[in-house]
Design a protein around this ligand. Structure first.
Ligand SMILES: NC(=O)c1ccc[n+]([C@@H]2O[C@H](COP(=O)([O-])OP(=O)(O)OC[C@H]3O[C@@H](n4cnc5c(N)ncnc54)[C@H](O)[C@@H]3O)[C@@H](O)[C@H]2O)c1
Length: 318
């Protein structure tokens, strides 16, 4: 049993990670300021004596008396939809700071306390990729000033900080680049593609697709993502490694819309609307051969099973 800190532990992925760590026998200290997460996501853990929560903004350093052997740094807004109140577009300064100053604070804490460190980066560091699928060695096609730069470039600098700490300070650290993840506890206000489609289908509104629907997405169910994150932290051979965690199973946006419509039993029409938002990548798919080789990891939850779970959660939120 180890003492583990999870920043962003009241968020979508973080709360599932807390569940998994507790069920694996660890003690969890969850740190969150509820910027985009919620108390509800961790309410079921409050009676577990191995679970502790601290309401803290990681842009300021952690209290020095805290202890940890492992630190997972997940805190950051993650939704790219301009219209979502929890998106990084609506929270630009918070997003830039949590991934840069926040990451520096967490690295300094890990270094001082000799804790193993994991940073959740993103496939967005690849930008609108010119290489398909994306391997970890691909350096990306990212705008420093475009609408998504507050997230993409902050994550890229976060990675730079992590690499500085492993190179210059000898910190035992690693980076996961998470690709689109979906599942229960993804906020109904998130407004990423699958969240919008399920909300629309459940309220019998038209399911809207931007562009012609031929753009592709690969989605990974959250339990698979969390398993990848766990292996990345706890396997022996992951120090100083950068690994993609995501699904390589590509579907068109139209296929997702049709599947959501079928699984919800909705009568919603599928409608095509406007053009694609600026900087919306047309294609992105993880090359997960490194995760397979290093972690013996690949997603196991089928799209249909994953969508059923998420639809069940969205129904429970109505
Ligand atoms: N969900 C995805 O598809 C996806 C894809 C790529 C990368 N990621 C990364 O995974 C991590 C988790 O994403 P998520 O989808 O669970 O997002 P989320 O918004 O549900 O969770 C993030 C959590 O971080 C907390 N937080 C934000 N700023 C904070 C701060 N300054 N101090 C303390 N807590 C703070 C939020 O309140 C929230 O609980 C993020 O780093 C995100 O960039 C997610």
């Amino acid at each position: 049993m180890a003492k583990v800190i999870v920043t962003g532990g009241a968020g979508f992925i973080g709360s599932h990670l807390c569940d998994k760590l507790l069920s694996s026998g660890h003690e969890v200290l969850c740190i969150d300021n509820f910027l985009t997460g919620s108390e509800e996501n961790i309410a079921h853990l409050q009676d577990d004596t191995r679970f502790q929560f601290i309401n803290h903004d990681v842009i300021t350093p952690l209290p020095d008396q805290l202890q940890a052997e492992y630190l997972f740094h997940l805190a950051s807004p993650a939704s790219p939809n301009h219209h979502s109140k929890i998106s990084y577009h609506q929270l630009p300064m918070e997003t830039m700071l949590v991934n840069t100053a926040g990451t520096l604070n967490m690295l300094q804490f890990a270094s001082k306390h000799n804790a193993k460190f994991l940073f959740t980066s993103t496939s967005e560091v690849y930008g609108d990729p010119l290489e398909h699928p994306q391997k970890e060695s691909y350096r990306g096609n990212v705008s420093t000033t475009g609408p998504r730069s507050v997230y993409d470039e902050a994550k890229r600098f976060g990675e730079t900080l992590v690499a500085y700490f492993w190179r210059n300070k000898g910190l035992d650290a690693r980076i996961v680049r998470i690709f689109n993840t979906y599942g229960p506890r993804m906020s109904t206000a998130d407004m990423r593609m699958i969240s919008i489609f399920i909300n629309q289908a459940l309220s019998y509104q038209p399911i809207t697709i931007f562009g012609d629907g031929k753009q592709t997405r690969s989605l990974c169910e959250v339990s698979d993502t969390v398993e990848g994150i766990m292996r990345m932290m706890f396997h022996d051979n992951t120090k100083r490694e950068i690994v993609n965690i995501g699904s390589s199973n590509e579907h068109t946006v139209l296929e997702y819309a049709e599947m959501v419509k079928r699984l919800t039993g909705s009568t919603s029409e599928i409608q095509f609307a406007e053009q694609l938002p600026q900087d919306d990548p047309l294609k992105r798919r993880a090359d997960i051969s490194k995760a397979k080789a290093l972690l013996d990891w690949s997603p196991v939850v089928s799209l249909e099973e994953g969508l059923q779970k998420m639809i069940g959660y969205y129904k429970s939120q109505k």
